[in-house]
Unconditional design. Sequence first.
Length: 410
Amino acid sequence: MSIVSNISPLAPKNFPIMHSISGVRFATANAGIKSGDSEDATLILLEPETVIAGLFTSSMTRSAPVIDCQNKIGINVENTGAAIIVNSGNANAFTGRHGELAVREIIAELSTRVQIPVERIFSSSTGVIGELLEYQKIINVFDYLVDSLHVSKIENAARAIMTTDTFPKGSSVKVRSSGGKITISGIAKGSGMIAPNMGTMLVYIFTDALIDKNDLQSIVSDLNEETFNCITVDSDTSTSDTLLVSATGKSGIRVNKNDLDFREGLRKVMLDLAHQVVCDGEGASKFIEVSVTGAVDRKEAKMHAMSIANSPLVKTAAAGEDPNWGRIVMAIGKSGASADRDKLSIRLGDILVAEDGWVSPHYKESDGAAYMKRQRLNLNVDLGIGTGSAKVWTCDLTDRYIEINADYRS
């Protein structure tokens, strides 16, 4: 698998300071799944009483690890720890019974090593689809992984789960609730094959909050709809997408699904990670926010926004710094949602481009061209037919995207 070395121009300057989460330890190793000497195996160990919520890809060709996680996420096992094992370089998807065997063998062996029931061990794989996973290579590094577990190695984990990513992705906040301070930290990988319908990538988020499992699942499901399910790089839904949120309860501070401070803290981490994935979109040079207002309802607003965000013509115009607002009109018209040509307005940032079914009399092409040179763009549409609104995020489509994906398996 081709590994990308040039860092995205949209990447943050540094990996963020990550607050450690009591009850979570990390370890990474080079199992030899990816070419070269980079680490490609990650073990995350969670202490007893940890509750885990999860969301997964909607793909009908989802991978063996995803199916296994889906079967386990609703199981309640009392008074035991939990573990997450991740490999990069091979998706273990579309690999038939061998893929299922690989998951069973990896989890069974890890269960023995860490003394955790198989029902509490979750696995993820990311990389090339359709190639058999040499799972024994992962088992061979279990001793090393277990011996090197440490609470501070979350950045190592963020790097080890990367494939075509150009930078590791992390986010961390401290939340002041009525009972005291709660910590939330998370990592993600994702660069291409990014489109909503959950989970859009691999994401692992941890908190020391004390919360009921059902409440955590409810919050994660709600927040997912306004974060990870609102990003797209290339409109392709992966076979391996996984979001796991683990709450160790070690802070002793109890929250529930109605706790606004905790929800907002978790939303910030999820949205930050989602935005970082877009910023690392394969070949991306521009970060684009698409905002739609005045739709019939939120569902239709999102349909319009995703139609714009997924349009190759809109995305290539952004890459070429061309204020071709007619392509936005086209994307609205094809979305399948309600629209009235003579009521919609379009803005590039604050620049009014079109209104009342026609180009704005005050619009200057030179203003639009100057705006499109920015690295971060806002495409704003008001449909004028209702109160529904939605925001989604995407990136431009450059020739570099083609280069990366044409060479992906070489």
